[in-house]
Design a protein around this ligand. Structure first.
Ligand code: AMP
Length: 210
């Protein structure tokens, strides 16, 4: 899944993983978990994440490598990876060497206004990764500040502060747009409109994927 920060990649990928029985690999979730577990790479990654910058490729590629080695190379949905051209090229190489391939790349298309609105009103559960939007009735938690799913206290992600959102969008333009072009040139890219929420995107992706 490709898309700008706030495009809904995580929510869509989670739902598609369930519907198609795929393993969901979110580099953002794995990094946040490493940060909260206080691991060595979590400590290094946190500095970049809090600034809205990308974590260095070598850390990301180590995570990906470990996950694929542990769980095998088939039946994944990748969310938040690849985010740089270098990551995309390494992924192609890694898959080729292991007899695997990418079946589809889906780009969630949303306007910048929607992105800023979503990110600034987003709250997340640090325990189970559930996502809420405080400005939308249907995406608010039932009890203020408490996760519906697991009862933990909700937080605002450090990288959802206003200045950091701006940095993330600039970085997306510079580093991730080339990834979109990379897959477009290879004929595997599909665009799905993301303005109407996650279920609509899921339906769009499933039309291509099944
Ligand atoms: P996300 O949850 O996908 O929005 O990711 C949150 C943050 O984790 C990003 O702003 C980056 O700092 C970092 N991150 C996640 N995935 C990657 C990646 N593939 N490459 C570099 N940094 C990443």
């Amino acid at each position: 899944m490709l898309g700008a920060p706030g495009s809904g990649k995580g929510s869509v990928a989670t739902r598609i993983a369930t519907r198609l029985a795929l393993r969901h690999l979110s580099t953002g979730d794995l990094l946040r978990e490493a940060v909260s577990n206080g691991t060595e790479y979590g400590g290094r990654a946190e500095l970049y994440m809090n600034e809205g910058a990308l974590v260095p490729d070598e850390i990301i590629l180590e995570i990906i490598h470990e996950e694929l080695e542990e769980h095998g190379y088939g039946d994944w949905i990748l969310d938040g990876f690849p985010r740089t051209l270098h990551q995309a090229e390494i992924l192609t190489d890694l898959l080729e060497r292991n007899g695997a391939q990418i079946d589809g790349v889906f780009l969630i298309d949303v306007t910048e206004d929607t992105i800023i609105q979503r990110l600034s009103s987003r709250r997340v559960c640090p325990a189970c990764n559930a996502v809420y939007n405080m400005q939308k009735e249907e995406f608010r938690p039932r009890k203020d500040g408490i996760c519906d799913r697991c009862g933990s206290n909700l937080i605002k992600r450090a990288d959802d502060e206003k200045e950091t959102i701006h940095n993330r969008l600039v970085i997306y333009e510079k580093q991730t747009i080339p990834v979109i072009e990379y897959y477009r040139e290879r004929g595997v890219l599909e665009m799905v409109s993301g303005g109407n929420g996650a279920e609509d995107v899921v339906a769009g992706v499933l039309r291509f994927a099944t």
